[in-house]
Design a binder for this molecule. Structure first.
Ligand SMILES: Cc1cc2nc3c(=O)[nH]c(=O)nc-3n(C[C@H](O)[C@H](O)[C@H](O)COP(=O)(O)OP(=O)(O)OC[C@H]3O[C@@H](n4cnc5c(N)ncnc54)[C@H](O)[C@@H]3O)c2cc1C
Ligand code: FES
Length: 252
């Protein structure tokens, strides 16, 4: 893990309040596992704390994030232009663990696609991808993975299944015919809770990327803990032990 200076190569709107930002790094970041994240110092003197973002994509000398504007940090980032200087700490945390299975399912909701994009790419055509969003205008966020034929749910029914992505997955889960499968997911808390509730009986292995609020990102402040079923040490830090957890081991 290194703190690397970078310059913004491009920072463009994707759809609505989603942006994609490609950063050229002064030196290579090294090996990245899908699901790992960076702590980004956005180019604003008023914003002291870094913000965590999943590594959406990377090459030897670049890193790309996709983000949704929700508050002052992301607002300031979306106004940053080409050549602006940023600092990137990473790669951080534990990413997804891949073991050999008969089938892999990736379920993402909204900006949660940013956390699983690299995983989908690395699984190549081995994963069945489910993506849920509010309406078809947000489908620009999955343009890069359309070749993997994602199954789409929109809340307003403007494209694909009308309803939420977990309801869609529930309808299709039987088509996997009891295969040894694993689910990887990232999205709004409501979506993850609903997945957990609906899969409660089947107990399919599932790894979830948790987007808890963070301060240090380095395991020092304990500001990002999630409660788990571990009796000895129930509180785990999202930035250190996570951000990827076993869905059946955490309390939501
Ligand atoms: C490991 C990890 C990976 C992440 N990856 C991405 C990503 O790839 N793309 C992306 O858009 N976002 C991602 N996030 C969330 C992102 O870090 C926050 O949206 C961002 O820090 C908000 O900063 P802000 O200054 O704009 O908002 P703030 O002013 O800090 O907050 C504005 C609003 O957003 C809410 N908020 C802030 N942080 C979070 C959070 N972590 N989860 C849910 N709500 C939050 C606040 O409660 C508040 O309502 C990730 C978070 C983690 C922990
Ligand atoms: S953010 Fe400080 S311990 Fe995780």
């Amino acid at each position: 893990m290194h703190d690397i200076e970078g310059v913004i190569q491009e920072n463009l709107p994707v759809c609505r309040d989603f942006y994609r930002c490609k950063i050229e790094l002064a030196r290579p970041m090294g090996k990245v596992t899908p699901g790992q994240f960076i702590m980004l110092k956005v180019p604003s003197a008023e914003i002291f704390l870094r913000r965590p973002f999943s590594i959406y994509d990377h090459s030897k000398d670049t890193i790309t994030i996709m983000y949704r504007v929700v508050g002052k940090g992301t607002q300031s980032l979306c106004q940053a232009g080409k050549k602006e200087k940023v600092f990137v700490l990473g790669p951080l945390g534990n990413g997804f663990t891949l073991i050999k299975r008969d089938a892999y399912v990736v379920i993402a909701g909204g900006i949660g696609i940013a956390g699983v994009h690299l995983l989908i790419k690395s699984l190549n055509d081995k994963a069945r991808v489910f993506y849920g969003t509010s309406g078809k205008e947000e489908l620009a966020a999955i343009k890069d993975i359309m070749s993997f034929n994602p199954v789409i749910a929109t809340l307003d029914g403007s494209q694909g299944f009308k309803g939420d992505v977990i309801a869609l997955f529930q309808k299709q889960v039987k088509s996997f015919g009891g295969k040894d499968m694993e689910i990887f997911t990232c999205g709004p808390e409501g979506m993850v809770k609903s997945l957990r509730k609906s899969m409660g009986k089947l107990k399919i292995p599932c790894q979830v990327l948790v987007e808890e609020r963070m301060a240090c990102g380095l395991g020092l402040c304990f500001g990002c803990v999630v409660k788990t079923v571990d009796e000895k040490e129930p509180y785990k830090r999202t930035c250190k032990e996570g951000p990827v957890f076993d869905l059946w081991q955490i309390s939501l």
